[in-house]
Design a protein around this ligand. Structure first.
Ligand code: AQP
Length: 345
């Protein structure tokens, strides 16, 4: 049986309003990892429908996110880019994992608690079971590394728990079928850098999020230079100049957020940014930040707008990527069926 090879997998939901947090926390890292790993990047449309999606808007958002991946620098020829619903093995493996995961594990997921809020009885079963599908996304490719933002850390820990329990429950069978000691790898989360949790521009204690009602809370990847300038200008800050020392950012969430964004945009540490801007007023820092953000996002937004017009090209990328992804996922699913004891063709 094939040994587990190093492989990167990650996904983003096509739920519109792609923002700077998605870019700095995830997509920018996806791009960087291409040089070192075989990468699979997925438009996770099955995750998107855990909350209601207008079908026409969903189609547009799937294509727009694919365009964003490519515009940010993901190469769909060297790596795999596809949308999840085209590879049925994700949903199939998710069912097996729903039978491996325990209710108690899922009950502890903070994202579910936050998203369900007081309306727990009325949210979809899919929203609750979401982490099982996420584990299936990753493990269908036996991915060893998953770049994500800080908010996904708990789901990745659950993915490891599911892999571990599957490996333990079926240990004898896995060995007998020649897979060695473990079939699934214990996937490593890749969460590092100065922008693993980009915060809202209106409230430094809240995550920058697609679903925030205020467009001023986030910088969208498709915002033009004027919108970016306006949003940073209005971004909440405190009355003090920037400190020279990183420790002094601790009680200043808005300042820390803007410094982290700047650092991630220019590939510096927060300490290096403060060495340059310590003592500066926010007005000067925000101008420099706007300049950096426009320089980075301007070309991405323009390329996204160009690519989404070419739906034939985008759809061809997704179909081609899905064909390549399915080959890998189908091998995994065959092995899983044998391990579980299902009879198959
Ligand atoms: N604010 C953020 N800072 C850093 N990373 C972030 N990510 C999301 N928000 C931030 C990372 O982006 C990747 C894709 O996220 P997703 O689309 O799958 O789901 P999400 O986390 O639900 O995105 P949002 O924007 O927060 O949507 P809503 O408003 O629906 O909750 C992931 O790697 C995520 O960590």
């Amino acid at each position: 049986m094939a040994a587990i090879q190093e492989r990167v997998f990650s996904g983003v939901q096509p739920t519109g309003n792609l923002h700077l947090g998605n870019y700095l926390g995830a997509i920018k890292r996806f791009v960087e990892l291409q040089a070192r790993y075989d990468c699979i990047y997925c438009v996770v449309d099955l995750h998107a429908i855990t909350v209601w999606q207008d079908p026409e808007e969903l189609t547009r958002n799937i294509r727009e996110l694919t365009a964003a991946f490519i515009a940010c620098g993901i190469d769909p020829k060297r790596h795999i880019v596809f949308n999840q619903s085209q590879v049925a093995e994700h949903a199939e493996l998710a069912w097996v994992f729903s039978c491996v995961a325990r209710m108690g594990w899922l009950n502890r997921m903070t994202q579910f608690k936050e998203k369900a809020g007081k309306d727990r009885e009325n949210v979809s079963v899919g929203l609750f079971a979401y982490p099982c599908l996420m584990a299936a996304d990753i493990l269908a490719y036996r991915a060893t590394h998953v770049p994500v933002g800080e908010d996904q850390k708990q789901h990745l820990e659950l993915t490891r728990d599911i892999a571990q329990k599957f490996n333990n429950d079926f240990a004898a069978r896995i060995k007998a079928l020649g897979h060695g000691e473990a079939y699934f790898p214990l996937t490593e989360p890749l969460i590092s850098g100065p922008a693993t949790r980009v915060m809202s521009l209106r409230d430094g204690t809240k995550k920058m999020s697609k679903s925030d009602a205020s467009d001023y809370s986030r910088i969208n990847l498709t915002d033009d230079a004027d919108a970016i300038a306006q949003k940073f200008k209005k971004a909440k800050t405190d009355p003090h100049p920037l400190p020279g020392d990183e420790k002094e950012l601790e009680q200043r969430p808005e300042a820390e957020n803007l410094v982290g964004i700047y650092a991630a945009l220019v590939d510096h540490t927060k300490a290096e940014v403060l060495a340059e801007f310590g003592g500066a007023q926010f007005s000067r820092f925000k101008e420099a930040l706007t300049e950096r953000a426009v320089a980075k996002l301007g070309p991405i937004g323009a390329e996204m707008k160009r690519l989404v017009q070419d739906t034939a090209y985008i759809d061809q990328v997704l179909v081609g990527g899905a064909d390549r992804a399915r080959k890998i996922a189908a091998e995994t699913m065959k092995a899983v069926k044998d391990i579980c004891g299902f009879v198959r063709a």
